[in-house]
Design a protein around this ligand. Structure first.
Ligand code: HEC
Length: 181
């Protein structure tokens, strides 16, 4: 058991160190975001533009590339999602970023993912029990079975002792009766 936990720990450690090495895109995304998007966008709260947390899950990468390169082109073409977000944000046009490549935009999305706070989970810790399992240990049936088993053994021991004592006193009485007879 202990060695299994140890091995798991080592694996986790390796996984995280590999991740940080395999993730220079996040650094790239961060620097683009801070220099060209942060004036209007915060990841976890709306400003001039919408909060961007979860945008990588909400929209496809193709859509994001088109929107970020030229949101107005997409809106004029009548893309329903683009029109809606444009109207929700008081028709403030987002400036075009035609020079950003798909790779640049993917790295921005990676950065957004890394910075997104799990808002739902914080507001309702039990809404997704599957994700919060680590925070409590549910009492398992095994524990009850163990406690009941233990109690049964104790009861059996005590009662056999009691009968043993009773039997001895009965025997002694019999002996005394025989003597006096
Ligand atoms: C001048 C302000 C401004 C800047 C700078 C800006 N945006 Fe925006 N952004 C907006 C506004 C306003 C919207 C809402 C849609 C609209 O009005 O067209 C928006 C919408 C978006 C959306 C759509 C969100 C959704 O929920 O679908 C994405 C994605 C986005 N911006 C990414 C970026 C990225 C990435 C950058 C930097 C490269 C950037 N924006 C720079 C103002 C800005």
């Amino acid at each position: 058991m202990k060695s299994r936990i140890f091995r798991l720990g080592v694996l986790l450690l390796l996984a995280t160190s590999f991740q940080s090495k395999a993730n220079p895109p996040i650094e790239e995304g961060k620097s683009i975001f801070l220099s060209r998007c942060a004036a209007c966008h915060n990841i976890n709260k709306p400003m001039t533009g919408p909060a961007l947390s979860g945008v990588g899950e909400k929209r496809s990468i193709e859509w994001l590339v088109k929107f970020i390169q030229s949101s107005q082109t997409l809106i004029k073409r009548g893309d329903a999602d683009a029109v809606k977000i444009f109207e929700d944000f008081n028709k403030v046009p987002m400036p075009d970023h035609p020079d950003l490549t798909e790779e640049n935009i993917k790295s921005i999305v990676e950065y957004i993912k890394a910075e997104s706070k799990p808002v739902e989970a914080e507001k309702a810790p039990f809404a997704k029990p599957g994700k919060k399992k680590t925070f409590y240990t549910p009492i398992k049936l095994n524990n009850y079975a163990f406690v009941f088993g233990f109690l049964a053994v104790v009861v059996a021991l005590v009662s056999s002792l009691y009968y043993a004592v009773q039997f001895k006193t009965f025997q002694r009485k019999k002996l005394e009766e025989n003597k006096s007879a």
